[in-house]
Design a protein around this ligand. Structure first.
Ligand code: MLT
Length: 271
């Protein structure tokens, strides 16, 4: 609650709230998805945050650019340009899921002054192995030659915990729709960008900002051990393991995810 004299010379104090006081959070979606993957967070945490949720280039409603390929630097810069555009010049909490986390690391390297905190969900600091790089190159080729359907069919079952996949056909359908709507250029561009991303492990120790690492215990794409290593490497980082959730931890267990994020963001109001 803020208090202010509404006019100079007035004899009473007017109390008010301004949503601009909420903690600003830049929410960066995973691959190959769009910003609606954060719907449960916008609904559940909007009372305490200003959420800025871009669709990355080639994803959701953002146009694709030519695949030349995309880079982490491009996508990190796109996000910073968006903050400028919406008039947010100060630092934000950067939240990224999976590919969004890789972009968050790039933002920390290039624009550290814009980051007041980090939420790293279902992501990892390590770079791709040579095998993973080759797989991404092939996936980019397939997307451009045959469309995104084969890429979606291969990835979709791995995005969710087996239990979620069986018991929540609604969630499976939502994810499938989101993925099929991504352009072939978006899929190819993002795959090539991820394959070239640097290893962020060496950056962890230097991250002197409040950090929350959130991970599902049944993530089939990124093992929990990666999240534990990341949380151990970042000074003071908190680790929230969400039991039974897979890679799409925020969509599979929105209540537990939001509780962890709310607790983390509470500390920004206590300072
Ligand atoms: C994602 O969810 O963003 C991707 O699965 C990340 C990746 O392919 O490494």
């Amino acid at each position: 609650m803020r208090e202010q004299k509404p006019q100079s010379g007035s004899d009473f104090i007017l109390a008010y709230e301004d949503s601009a006081d909420r903690v600003p959070v830049l929410m960066i979606h995973g691959f190959p998805l769009n910003n609606t993957m954060w719907d449960e967070q916008v609904a559940g945490l909007g009372h305490m945050t200003r959420m800025i949720t871009p669709d990355l280039r080639g994803h959701g409603e953002t146009e694709a650019t030519d695949v030349s390929p995309y880079t982490m630097e491009m996508m990190a810069t796109d996000c910073m340009n968006l903050l400028d555009f919406v008039g947010h010049k100060g630092p934000v909490v950067v939240a990224g899921l999976s590919m969004g986390g890789y972009i968050a690391f790039e933002i920390c390297r290039r624009f550290p002054e814009r980051v007041s905190g980090l939420i790293l969900a279902a992501t990892k600091a390590s770079a791709d192995t040579e095998e993973a790089k080759a797989n991404r190159k092939e996936s980019a080729r397939v997307a451009l030659a045959e469309g995104v359907r084969p890429v979606v069919d291969g990835l979709l079952p791995k995005l969710l915990a087996p239990g979620t996949y069986d018991e929540h056909p609604d969630l499976v359908a939502d994810l499938e729709e989101m993925m099929l709507a991504v352009s072939a250029e978006g899929v190819a561009g993002a795959q090539l960008a991820m394959s070239q991303r640097p290893d962020s492990t060496g950056d962890l120790q230097g991250l002197q900002i409040p950090t929350l690492v959130v991970h599902g215990t049944e993530d089939q794409l990124i093992p929990v051990s990666e999240a534990k290593a990341m949380a151990e490497g970042i000074p003071g980082a908190k680790l929230a393991l969400i039991e039974g959730a897979g890679h799409m931890v925020n969509m599979e267990q929105p209540v537990a995810f939001n509780e962890a994020v709310q607790e983390f963001l509470d500390s920004f109001y206590e300072e």
